[in-house]
Every structure is written in C-alpha cells, then in structure tokens.
Write a protein that binds this ligand. Structure first.
Ligand code: WTA
Length: 695
C-alpha cells in the first residue's frame, strides 16, 4: 500500500503543469484562469430553454440533489419504479455498501432481490407502450449515401433473432460474448441480444489489435465472438475478421478455444470471398440469424447479475475488466441521460462515441433506448469526405442533442468555421462533451460556432468505472463556466482530498474521490477483487478514488485537471503508460522503456516514449518505426507513440525506480523545472537525455 501512495505522491506533483485542466493553453491561446473573479464568464441558459427544461433552476436542482443525498433509497426507488421489474427489490435493502477497506471487503449492491431485464426495458417496453413505430436508430454509414433505420418494433425483431441464434449455439445466462464490431446497428443489437438472454457482453473497440483482443478473450473466455468482415474508415478498408482470426489462433494457443465466430457481412467494406475463414468455427450472420424467430423470451435476471465487462486501462499491468451489473446500471444510465441532456421524446440524439468505449455503452445504447429515444449511429469518420460531415449529418436527421469529445471539437476548430457555417444546425438544442477536460477556447467555439450561442453544453465528467455521469451540468439549471463540469449529479458526493486523504472544504485542489456509492458504480474487476480494492479503495480509505485531479472554485464549480496516475488520455482514449511500455520492451532491440504524456494541441495528450536499447544496437529511423509498429500491433493504432526518445539510460533512484517526474519535464521541455536530481543513482543521465532531446 505504501508503494501505491508513493506513486500517487509523485504523480500528483506532475499533474500540476497541465494548466489546471486546459491541455492546450499555449497553442490555442487560452487565457490563464481568471475565472474566480470574473462573473462575466458565466454562461446562462436562455430563458426559453430554462422554461422548458426538466430541471429549470439552480433552486430546483438543489432541492432534488439534497433529497438524493438525504434519502438515497427513497430517491432512487422512486425512479426505479418507472422501469419494469419482474420482481420488486427488497425495500429494506435498496442499497447496501461498504466502501471502507478497513471495515471489510468492498461491496456495492443496489435493488438486491429485484428481477428485471435491461433489454426488455430498453426495447420491448417501448413497443408495448405504443412506440413501436418510433425510430429507435438511424444509421449513417461511412459514405454519405449509405444509411438505414430501425423502428423500435424492428429493433425488437432483430434483437430477438440474434438472441435466439445465440441460445441455439448454447449461450446462456452468465456466459461471456465478445463483440468486435464497428458502429453498425448490429453492434447495439448484439449488446441487447446478450442482455436479453442474460449473457455478459464484452465489447472490444474495433481499433484494438489482434493481441489486445486475444488478451481479453483469454481473460473472459467467451462462448462466441461476434465481428464483421471489414469496416471502411474514410477510404481505407480494415479487415476486422482477419484480425479476429489471428486473435482466435492466439487465444487457442493459450487454452481458450472459442467455438463460434459469428461474422456479419458488411457489404460496403470488403468482398466476402476475401475474408479468412475457418469452416466449423466461422459463421456468416446473414446465413443464420434471419432464420430465427422474431420472438424470444426474456431471461429475468437479478439486479446484481452481471450485464457487461468492459476492459479499460489502469496505471499498471494488463487491462482491467470493469464489471457492471444490471439493475443499478439500468436506472443510472437512463436517469443521467435524461437529465444531463434534458431529454424530450421528440429529440434526435447523436453521440459520436464508439460502443467500444463506455460512452457508447451508456449513451449510445442503454441510456437513450431506456428513455425511448431516437439514436443516431454513425459508422464513418467525422472528417470524411470533408470536415463538414458532422453538420451535414445534423441537418440530414435534424439532430437535437449532439454529444462528442473535446479532441473532435479541437480538430474541427482547426479546419475552420467555413465547414460549419455551410450548414444550418438549427435543430440543435443541447451539446455535450466527454472524455477529457475541455479547454475554455474549445468550449467557446463549440458554444458560439456550433451551437450559435443558443445551446447549453453538458460537460460530463465520468469514467468506465462509474457507469454514468458523475459531475455534469443540468443544462437548464446552471449558469456555466466554460471548462468546468460544474456540479454533481443526483446522489453523487464528490470530495476533494489532500495527499493524506483529508477532505478539503471550499475552494481547493486535490484528488477527486467519491463518498458513498451510486447505482451505476462498477461492482468489481472481473476475477480480481484484490486489484479492485487496491486500485480504487485503498489509496484513500473510505472513498472511491477516481484517479483524477480536481479543483473546486469559490462558487463550488468543479474543474477536472486530468489524471494523477500513470494513465494518459489520448483523444479521449484511456491508455496505461505501463501497457505501452510493455509493448515497447517486447521488441527484441528495446531494453527498457518509460512512457509519459505530453500536451497535444488536438489530442489533448500525446504519447512520449523514452527507450533504451540492448547493448550494441544503434538507434535508427527504421528502429523507431519498428518500435511504433510493435505498439500498434500489441495495442492498436490509437496507442502509437507520437515521439520516441532514444536514451542511453533512464533517470533512476538508487533503488532503481524510474523518476517519471523528470522524464515528464524533459518531454515537455520544462528544463528549468527539473527539480532535485541529486537523489538519482546517476545524475549524469539527465544531461545526456536533454542533449538527445532533439535527435
Ligand atoms: C477523463 C470516459 C475531464 C478523466 C467517460 C477520467 C474527463 C477518464 C471528462 C475516464 C470530462 C472523462 N472532463 N475529464 N468531462 N470525461 N474524463 O474510463 O480523466 O474512458 O478519469 O471514461 O477520462 O475515461 P474512460
């Protein structure tokens, strides 16, 4: 435990220079925060917006929030009643929890004893309530001419057919299914089909490499893997099935033999005959699924039965299988969606996230469908055929709620406003941001240019682990400060603690923790309760520790300042430095690697890797490329280092611990802030490293 705290203390110092959560201050010209004394920076929702909003004043928010804290069981039970439960939960045990490691094992349970099904609530119930003809999903493909749609009734039929197929091949309650699909409607369909029969889905983002898929397959041992032949990103076709094929060979070598690989034929992407195929194991979706009945009984599961596993990066070791269960997650994802976006039945909602990440789970699939919303699923790239694509889509479908990531906003901002002003965007009424702190300049551009200064922005802070929004504006309730995620959602008690775990009051800055559980909280790390407790609950006893730094200003607004652990956030993708390092050192010519994050104008953070080579090997451009290819191969293209810095040696303490603090300073060229280097085993390496900085 002391080692862990030690690491935190080092990381904490290093979190500071990230400009208080404004990652690209220097480049995009953000003013330094003068927010504390400038009430002029408050951005109020318009009177019209507030008048129609679900929560329309600060006062109303305060009352609801207070109630959620004073009586969580009553507050959440009332909301849970709005869903269908085959059997009601035990009213005396709405929530039972222990978040304090000193008092025994960590445990979080909500609605225990209740039986329900999230697929039933998200799909059947909308059909049964007379909304069967409402559009559940619009789909827009890579090419602007490719599109499709499904009503709630059609969605139900398709989910049932796939669920019946899965049952026919022996998938049942509690079995894992790995899904490796791009943003086709079949991706949410596959998630829902698993949920319908009580199977546990584990979606793997379709940008991960074969090695990364294999690692996940070996961990969760799925009965079936669902994929498609290929996907087209812009002009490039990526043969997803071939990647899965390699992963399946690799997992078989490790004793995990997946019996079936169900492959959807994505016709626009690649010819079927060009797909690698293993008869017996591989099955074309279109050959089997449509033959199954469009009715499939629901498997009623316990509120605490697992719904999905989603692997995410931590500061050490292999990816962690974050486990979410059914009842609490259902209630929480739906409620957060409704309030943070001020959802109304006529909305057309578009979230640009991929279902391979938590945002796509909670806010493409479950949250919106549980509210009976119309969701747009977009397979393509936001800048193809040109940087106006998003606004073209907004106008085409009349999108009213648009939810995206700061990295996309910054990249479109760089492409210029002419791509935006070509389109009307009149339908938009609420905007959202997620994945990393949004710098005020990007916030302003999003607000003024994309939203024509009409649409409130919900800057939602949350994590794979939290299942849903934790700190977020309610768009009709709060005047906003550009760059602040504002206030906690109902039932969430954020606290900011110092390095000793003491809660700080008023204006302060420190580690962001959460006191008390909330229904959407993850319940464990799959197969590793120890790591669950060590990572999240041991650093500050009595609290869930988020891994993020946070500042609270004098008005109580929260400002996220980025990760304080060894996790970096590249274009909103969470990447563990340890994963990149382990990929690099697997290269036969690499002796040692240390990876740090650096500010990046568009991506928020970039990956900067220091490497030392095995004796006798000379550094060359070919070697640099080959190191980068190794990372792409082991994790995925999104984790490729932006910079490889060859080093004769790394700065280490006498006990052999790499001093990342110093490496971060060298990487970001803050050479006058290197601090004390006298405790290094060999202080000379620092000068060598600096001398090699520009090589
Ligand atoms: C960061 C994504 C600031 C944060 C939902 C967190 C944010 C990590 C925000 C989780 C935000 C996410 N403002 N930082 N609005 N949203 N983050 O698990 O560092 O992929 O810990 O979940 O993203 O990333 P994850």
């Amino acid at each position: 435990a002391t080692g862990h705290l030690g690491a935190l203390a080092v990381a904490a110092g290093a979190a500071k220079p990230r400009n208080g959560g404004r990652p690209c201050a220097a480049v995009l010209g953000d003013p330094l925060p003068a927010l504390d004394d400038d009430p002029g920076l408050l951005v109020h929702p318009s009177a019209d917006f507030a008048a129609q909003a679900l929560v329309s004043s600060t006062q109303q928010y305060r009352e609801m929030y207070q109630r959620s804290i004073d009586d969580p069981a009553g507050f959440w039970s009332e909301i849970a009643e709005e869903f269908y439960w085959k059997q009601k939960w035990n009213p005396d045990a709405v929530c039972s929890e222990n978040l304090d490691v000193t008092k025994g094992p960590i445990k979080i349970e909500w609605f225990k004893g209740g039986k329900t099904n999230i697929c039933y609530n998200a799909v059947d119930r909308n059909v049964e309530s007379g909304n069967g003809d409402k559009i559940a999903m619009y789909w827009e493909g890579n090419e602007p001419s490719d599109d499709g749609k499904l009503t709630y009734s059609e969605l139900l039929d398709q989910v049932c057919q796939l669920a019946n197929y899965l049952k026919s091949v022996g998938v049942g309650k509690g079995d894992a299914v790995v899904i490796y699909l791009p943003m086709l409607m079949e991706l949410p369909i596959a998630m829902l089909a698993c949920a319908r029969i009580g199977a546990v889905h584990s979606v793997v983002f379709a940008g991960f490499s074969a090695d990364a898929i294999a690692q996940r397959i070996i961990d969760c041992k799925p009965k079936v893997v669902i994929t498609c032949n290929a996907v087209k990103r812009g002009l490039k076709a990526i043969p997803l099935k071939d990647i899965v094929d390699t992963a399946l060979v690799e997992s078989a070598k490790n004793g995990v033999d997946v019996g079936i690989c169900l492959t959807y034929e994505n016709q626009s992407a690649l010819n079927k005959v060009d797909t690698r195929w293993k008869p017996g194991r591989d099955v074309w979706w279109q050959d089997v699924v449509p033959n199954f009945p469009t009715k499939c009984d629901v498997e009623w599961v316990d509120a605490e039965d697992p719904l999905f596993l989603l692997y995410t990066s931590g500061s050490t070791g292999k990816p962690k299988g974050v486990l979410h269960t059914t009842g609490g997650y259902m209630v929480y994802s739906a409620t957060t969606f409704k309030h943070a976006f001020d959802y109304k039945p006529a909305d057309v909602y578009w979230c640009t996230a991929d279902c391979g990440w938590i945002t796509g789970h909670s806010y493409v699939t479950y949250g919106p469908l549980l509210n009976g919303a119309t969701v747009l699923v977009f397979e393509g790239a936001p800048n193809y055929p040109d940087p106006g694509r998003c606004w073209d889509i907004v106008d085409k479908y009349g999108v009213t709620i648009f939810y995206t990531a700061p990295t996309l906003i910054r990249s479109l901002m760089r492409d210029g406003t002419e791509y935006v002003s070509r389109y009307s965007r009149k339908s938009l009424r609420v905007l959202g941001s997620v994945g990393e702190p949004i710098n005020p300049t990007a916030w302003r551009w999003f607000y003024d240019v994309i939203g024509d200064s009409r649409c409130p922005i919900s800057d939602t802070w949350w994590q794979t682990e939290t299942g849903g929004f934790m700190i977020t504006p309610l768009p009709g309730a709060w005047p906003q400060k550009p760059g602040s995620a504002t206030f906690p959602f109902f039932g969430v008690q954020p606290v900011i603690v110092d390095e000793k775990g003491r809660e700080m009051e008023g204006e302060c800055s420190g580690y962001l923790c959460i006191k008390k559980s909330w229904p959407g909280a993850f319940r464990t790390l799959y197969g590793d309760q120890d790591r669950y407790e060590t990572t999240y609950f041991k650093p500050f006893a009595g609290y869930y520790f988020s891994g993020d730094g946070c500042r609270r200003d004098k008005d109580g607004y929260h400002w996220l300042t980025g990760r304080v652990d060894d996790v970096i956030n590249v274009s909103g993708h969470r990447i563990g430095t340890a994963e990149v390092e382990s990929a690099l050192v697997s290269h036969p010519k690499c002796a040692e690697a240390a990876v740090v994050g650096i500010d990046h104008e568009v991506k928020g953070q970039g990956i900067y890797a220091f490497v030392t080579l095995v004796d006798g090997v000379a550094y060359s451009d070919d070697l640099r490329k080959s190191l980068i290819m190794t990372v792409r191969g082991q994790i995925g293209a999104f984790a490729a280092p932006d910079k490889i810095h060859w080093a004769p040696g790394l700065p280490k303490t006498r006990s052999g611990k790499i001093m990342r603090r110093i490496l971060r300073k060298i990487a970001s060229r803050q050479l006058d802030e290197l601090g004390d280097t006298s405790t290094l085993a060999d202080p000379g390496v620092v000068d060598q490293l600096i001398a090699l900085s520009d090589s």
